[in-house]
Design a binder for this molecule. Structure first.
Ligand SMILES: Nc1ncnc2c1ncn2[C@@H]1O[C@H](COP(=O)(O)OP(=O)(O)OP(=O)(O)O)[C@@H](O)[C@H]1O
Length: 365
């Protein structure tokens, strides 16, 4: 095992946050190496690489590039498409952070004999009685803790988070004051890096190019995307939809049908290419089951009734009680009903401001 040292491997995306993170680590006395992963290049643009490289050069730190495009495509993009094709709602950023970005940082750091790993994430870390936890960022608007519930102690103990205790506005000022105008004025990235805000156009294009891929038990994907029936809860026909993968549980806008009452997507049936619409109250659920879960410290969460659960980055918090089922899923008893719970999405737990874990929603009722 690598011993603690003052060396840190920082993920540099070329954006404002990781650039300021590099400066803050340097000023904190760390010996910084920057690494830029090639995950996905929109329109084959490598400007982000150039930006990261030239910043590293100006700061006088070592910079390396790591080509992760194949693994990103398989682990993140194909998973993303497959989830929609199977009627679920994927969480690519959560998966990328927990299963790809941080583990890759740790792996490369290990190879280089570097103890610390860092990013420009807006989260903080605390140690309590020998256990490390992620906590909220000082900037509530930027808090990214929701995405990091899957990290375990082997990673948490090595993490440095230089952006956790400042706001985004302060980060821009920090860069500007030091003469890094380009860093200070870069646009914020929004949404999923490989997909435009409307995922439907991405999906259509991807399927047109790669639709011959199959799920285990279904026919060719591209053939599965075709006009289908919107039905009510009793199965009565309401109208036509453009293909079930283009809808998500809880969706109201963009259904393309006009009734004299608000309707929401309640269920998606890929095998029948059917989408069930209902009133919002029919979407209320009080229980969920999670797979692929992680609990940072089970003793701080199991059996407590003041646990907070979040199912969306910006969604309001809800109270719950968490237990482990005999078949090793997490059972979440919600104290107030939640609407728009979709299989495939993540749920993250908090208590006393600590991120205590999370998992992937299998079902809800
Ligand atoms: N391609 C990449 N290579 C290396 N590290 C990355 C890469 N993309 C993101 N990261 C790291 O993960 C952090 C969070 O990334 P994310 O895209 O969620 O945030 P961001 O707010 O856009 O960050 P930034 O302003 O640094 O681009 C970044 O600050 C950076 O440290």
């Amino acid at each position: 095992m690598i011993e603690e040292n003052r060396r840190v491997l920082l993920g540099m995306s070329g954006g404002t946050d990781s650039s300021v993170a590099a400066m803050r680590l340097l000023e904190g006395g760390y010996e910084v190496t920057g690494i830029t992963f090639r995950f996905y290049e929109l329109n084959d643009s490598t400007e982000y690489l150039e930006d990261a490289r030239s910043l590293a050069e100006r700061l006088g730190i070592r910079h390396i590039t790591y080509d992760a495009r194949d693994v990103f495509r398989k682990q993140i993009i194909e998973y993303f498409v497959q989830e929609y094709m199977e009627g679920r709602t994927p969480v690519p950023c959560t998966l990328c952070n927990n299963c790809l970005k941080w583990p890759l940082l740790a792996k490369v750091a290990d190879e280089m004999g570097i103890f610390y790993i860092a990013t420009g994430h807006y989260v903080q870390k605390v140690e309590l009685e020998g256990t490390y936890y992620i906590t909220h960022a000082a900037d509530p608007d930027k808090d990214q803790s929701f995405f990091l519930w899957g990290l375990k102690q082997d990673i948490l103990r090595r993490i440095l988070l230089p952006m956790g205790n400042i706001t985004k506005v302060e980060a821009r000022v920090w860069a500007a004051e030091r003469g890094f105008q380009k860093v200070a004025t870069k646009k914020d990235s929004i949404g999923v890096c490989f997909c435009p805000m409307d995922y439907r156009s991405f999906l259509k294009e991807w399927l047109a190019r790669n639709g011959q891929l199959r799920s285990e038990n279904v026919s060719c994907w591209s053939e599965m995307v075709r006009r289908g029936r919107f039905v009510d809860e009793k199965g009565n026909f309401i109208g036509w939809h453009e293909g079930y993968p283009f809808y998500t549980i809880g969706q109201r806008r963009g259904l393309g049908i006009h009734l004299n009452r608000p309707v929401f997507v309640k269920e998606i049936y890929p095998e029948k290419n059917e989408v069930v619409l209902s009133s919002l109250s029919a979407l209320e659920k009080t229980e969920m089951q999670l797979k692929d879960w992680n609990l940072v410290n089970p003793q701080k969460i199991l059996g407590y009734n003041d646990v907070i659960v979040k199912i969306r980055y910006r969604k309001q918090e809800n109270h719950c009680t968490v237990t482990v089922t005999p078949d090793n899923l997490l059972h979440i008893q919600l104290h107030e009903p939640l609407t728009a719970i979709a299989a495939g999405q993540a749920a993250a737990f908090y208590r006393d401001g600590l991120l205590l874990g999370g998992g992937i929603i299998v079902n809800a009722r």
